[in-house]
Design a protein around this ligand. Structure first.
Ligand code: ACO
Length: 321
């Protein structure tokens, strides 16, 4: 058994931070950030917001579009770098807020910016195994403003907070396939743990993001092309067969480089990095939701989602919408 996307939803924090706002406490400029990244603003959580409130709102929007009652959901996978708590898992809390059944399968997964596609892969395996047979949610909820080092101008200007969700329905013979790689590299992109106060452990991490931007950039450009070509080839498809390519939104120059390498019409690559920055695993489901609501894809269209990030991991997912 395969699946199809029945509904999409997203939610953004109310507070918008422009590049100009960042210049008040960082040695940077709107011009530098825009020309190097394409980003003009990002949304960040305030004290009234949490990953739980964002993710719940995103799921409610997706359930509404899918005309699905909460009790129909058998599995909820939440992808996040870190939930509001280390434990319990965010998926358990979202399940309660949504009023899902107490028999729903809940799980959180952390595959960095590739999380949403790994979440789809988990849901696909549950449908294929027969452990679930009706409907599932995959929701990505990310609070990068909590992980950014707001004194490091080279990284903090890149990120924002958001949540995006899909409701999936079992669908026989619907094409879904994946291609992925992971190398286990933690040197060029990582978020350290917070300091421990164990008497037996001297770890003193600050819990912030560290990145070698140029190395990540090179990895991104090569892996997008490799993953997309691999998943298309496996399925006997060419780029012309694909209605839209949804790439992880990390930098407009990475997106433009992928478009150039693949020789595909730029209109096939929607982007919102300008307004939202990089929201890790939430970039693709939020972009998908915006595109669906704007009528940018039609039922039956083949689409490809492709992400890269911490791990270093990269993954492409081919779907029939
Ligand atoms: N404002 C002004 N100057 C800056 C800023 C800033 N915000 N940030 C860096 N600079 C300066 C640097 O200090 C450096 O100055 P110097 O030459 O005097 O030393 C100069 O600009 C060039 O810095 P680089 O780091 O070489 O800039 P680069 O052109 O590589 O752009 C960037 C940096 C935007 C981070 C780019 O490398 C990039 O986008 N990489 C990919 C990042 C990415 O995709 N991350 C996604 C994975 S992370 C995740 O998704 C969770």
């Amino acid at each position: 058994m395969s699946f199809r996307i029945l509904g999409t939803g997203s939610a953004l924090p109310a507070t918008t931070v422009s590049n100009e706002d960042l210049t008040k406490f960082l040695d940077t400029s709107d011009e530098w950030i825009r020309t190097r990244t394409g980003i003009t603003e990002r949304h960040v959580m305030n004290d009234e917001e949490s990953l739980l409130t964002l993710a719940t709102a995103a799921c409610q929007n997706a359930l509404e579009m899918a005309q699905t009652a909460p009790e129909e959901i058998e599995l909820i996978v939440c992808t996040t770098l870190a939930g509001d708590y280390t434990s319990p898992a965010l998926s358990c809390l979202i399940a309660k807020e949504l009023g899902l059944s107490d028999r729903v399968i809940t799980m959180d997964t952390n595959m960095g910016c590739c999380g949403f596609e790994y979440g789809l892969q988990i849901a696909h395996a549950y449908f294929a195994s027969g452990m679930i047979s009706k409907k599932a949610i995959v929701v990505s909820a990310e609070g990068l403003s909590r992980h950014a080092d707001w004194t490091d101008r080279a990284t903090c200007c890149l990120f924002g907070d958001a949540s995006g969700a899909v409701v999936l329905e079992a669908a026989p013979d619907r094409k879904v396939d994946f291609d992925w790689t992971v190398s286990g590299n933690a040197d060029i992109l990582n978020i350290t743990r917070h300091a421990d106060n164990s008497p037996w452990n001297s770890y003193d991490g600050k819990g912030v993001l560290h990145m070698n931007g140029q190395e990540v950039f090179k990895f991104a450009v090569s892996s997008i092309n490799a993953r997309i070509c691999a998943v298309l080839e496996k399925n006997g498809l060419a780029p012309d067969d694909i209605a839209k390519f949804f790439l992880h939104q990390a930098n407009i120059r990475i997106i433009n480089s992928a478009i150039h390498k693949m020789g595909v019409a730029p209109e096939k690559f929607p982007h919102n990095i300008e307004r939202l920055g990089n929201t890790s695993s939430a970039t693709i489901p939020v972009l998908l939701d915006e595109t669906v609501r704007a009528g940018g894809i039609q039922r039956g269209d083949k689409i490809v989602l492709c992400a890269f990030g911490a791990g270093l991991a990269s993954i492409a997912c081919l779907l029939e919408y």
